[in-house]
Design a binder for this molecule. Sequence first.
Ligand code: AMP
Length: 544
Amino acid sequence: MELMVKTVGAVVKEQAQRFPEREAMVYPERDLRLTYAEFDKETDRLAKAFMGMGIQRGENVAIWSDNKPQWLLSQFATGKMGAVLVTVNTNYQAAELTYLLQQSEATTLILDEGFKGTSYLDVLRSICPSLATNNSSQVQCESLPNLKRVILMTEKTEPGIYKWSEFLQHAESVTDVQLEERLETLEPDDVINIQYTSGTTGFPKGVMLTHMNVVNNGNLIGGTMKLTSEDRVCIPVPFFHCFGCVLGTMAAVTHGAAMVIVEQFDPVRVLRAVQDEKCTALHGVPTMFIAELNHPDFSKYDTSSLRTGIMAGSTCPIEVMKQVIGDMGASEITICYGLTEASPVISQTKTDDPIEKRVSTVGKPHPHVEVKIVDPATGGELPAGEPGELCTRGYHVMKGYYNNPEATAEVLDADGWLHTGDIAKLDEDGYLDITGRIKDMVIRGGENIYPREIEEFLYTHPGVSDVQVVGVPDAKYGEELMAWIIPKEGASLQEEDIRAFCKGSISHHKIPRYIEFTESYPMTASGKIQKFKLREMSRQAAVE
Ligand code: AMP
């Protein structure tokens, strides 16, 4: 597959020509359906509304909601008129939102009324009390000097804030020709998206991605899944993360497939959407697939339409992959590996790779992507079979972190290699295996232990639903292992059962010294387990 030197807007226009009557966007719970022709028209209208408000190419527009239709339309509309969509994590609270809006210098904020018990409007009003007396066309907020306008996704009347219909009215002041002219000034190398990395490791940084980055990554991902305009992709992963807006929406649109959206993850809503909409693909982080497969009503839903999909975001346990293939019927499910800074996908399993490779590796690097494994201490390249830091280079590497050249220089070297912080090894056949993060590696009595290996082993215990392993400080060995296990419903697991299961099957030093049972893990909104929080909890638990 060749690289596409195209803007997001050009891609939408092309697909509307090729597949005008095929469904582009489906919200089963709203009975909202747009064909590609309608999707093109509606995103044109939003693009004009942004232009009508005076938003320029390269201007930063933040968006804060779950997977609402307005979010999806804004993604492609900003792509058409050249604004930069700054995606905001749905779990954010006041301090995080303030930081993001200040750091990104966003001039515009689009938001929903709230999400999961947090009133976004209250949060915004606490940051910008002056909104109460502002006119919506002239917002002035002391703590956010760049903010000029706020747009609400609903029709609620709020001082200082445009209602959605008021925002749409701005489209009327812009002609088709003006929009076309704007589209033609855009360059594929323009930044159109800033995503703040999930913060599992520290302060969020704004990853700048271009049309080239996301269009090509989406196209190659969809191509590897063999997506066509016949496919229907169920997207329950959040839009604000690249899993939603690149592996989900961009991969579907570049192939003319339908996007079937679940606004907030819930296992039953996902299963229902798959069944009712006859989805052929389903995306999810491992914990989502686990929740669907283990749901007591799983067998009541017909998932036989599933062919493919993507599991990604963190280690994909072999057992869970096998269940997705066997029990859900997604026989061509793929695993992707990557990180936001790489658009995000670096490698992906193919639908026809040998089954062992499809469940136990993260596939081979995508076309047009270079990969090398280096010794983190010396930077020297390592041969196949040896674990080291994965570095990557190519079209997919971000432009840098927004307004943060120091942080950019820490991960992007002078030769264009992105240092991922992930430990990986390449096998003899060129498949990648992610064995952990540099920071997750546990050193017990001088032995390097990759928690992933022990997690994979413990997953094979029939009473284990999910498991995470971390290191805790230890006076004698430096570090000891602690396993946090979520038992399967109805299983009565004891520490001794787990120890007996390990004994004789894995080396003594890999048997976790501490075993804890829990019902859930600390998670980010994008579904990643926050190992740094788990490590803090483990330190506490080990002392008690
Ligand atoms: P993010 O930038 O939020 O997408 O997080 C990227 C990180 O998620 C990577 O650096 C990996 O540590 C992890 N990750 C993503 N996909 C996988 C995968 N398939 N297997 C293991 N780890 C993964």
